[in-house]
Design a protein around this ligand. Structure first.
Ligand code: ADP
Ligand code: AMP
Length: 219
């Protein structure tokens, strides 16, 4: 009887697994560049004009840091202040959850800008082992910008951002982390012909004009 009841119920209410299996595979653009290169600024523009959802690894980690009862709050806070890269399991889980929630709310929202990821070898391996076959990485959008310009933009942003890492001491560390850990990942994708580079040292409008050319061509 109970079995029959469940059978009837499951015919009426398709299981979550069934609904997820009907969804489009997420289409992902990784967005990389130094701290302050303008990734977030350009992603907001892209979201307005193209049907993408913007997921910033840094924003998701800051939200998790602030979430009451989070077991990782203090750990994340320490890593961010030191400009270090948070262990991949935490970041991937946040990204995966955000993608699933977005697609469950609206199955047409399957295109994602993942900003600030993969930031190092550990991120890349974590992605490959848990997301391989479950999402397509279309290309890497690389905002190329000199370190001094990046630092000055973040110091300017720091006047109002309230971020614990928009200060010179944290920025020096963030730039080192970027050069040592993230650049090699960009180089790796470059060898696969998957990097689309934009000169991000120019004005927001000039940078976006180039971004549009890329997106109009590649979707
Ligand atoms: P990221 O996400 O790469 O850390 P943001 O998009 O937050 O960078 O930009 C960092 C700061 O620089 C922000 O205060 C933003 O308003 C400013 N900014 C972004 N792009 C430009 C640009 N092309 N020219 C000048 N300032 C910019
Ligand atoms: P962002 O907002 O992109 O400038 O990132 C701010 C900080 O969040 C970084 O300096 C890291 O400490 C952390 N962070 C952001 N993205 C990642 C990531 N992909 N993996 C681990 N830590 C990250």
């Amino acid at each position: 009887m109970i079995g029959r009841l469940f059978g009837v119920a499951s015919q009426r209410v398709p299981s979550l697994l069934y609904r997820v299996s009907l969804m489009m595979k997420p289409q992902v653009v990784f967005v990389l560049g130094g701290p302050g290169a303008g990734k977030g600024t350009q992603c907001s523009r892209i979201v307005e004009g193209y049907g993408y959802t913007h997921l910033s690894a840094g924003d998701l980690l800051r939200e998790e840091r602030a979430r009451e009862g989070s077991e990782f709050g203090q750990l994340i806070a320490n890593y961010i202040k030191e400009g270090k890269i948070v262990p991949v399991e935490i970041t991937i889980n946040l990204l995966r959850k955000a993608m699933e929630e977005t697609m469950q709310k609206d199955e047409k929202k399957f295109r994602f800008l993942i900003d600030g990821f993969p930031r190092n070898e550990d991120n890349l391996q974590g992605w490959n082992s848990s997301m391989e076959g479950k999402a397509d990485v279309k290309f890497v959008l690389f905002f190329d910008c000199g370190n001094e310009v990046c630092i000055n933009r973040c110091l300017e942003r720091g006047k109002s951002s309230g971020r614990t890492d928009d200060n010179r001491e944290s920025l020096e560390k963030r730039i080192q982390t970027y050069l040592q850990s993230t650049r090699p990942i960009i180089d790796l994708y470059e060898k696969l012909g998957k990097v689309r580079t934009v000169d991000a040292s120019r004005s927001v409008d000039e940078v976006f004009a180039d971004v549009k050319i890329i997106l109009d061509k590649e979707g």
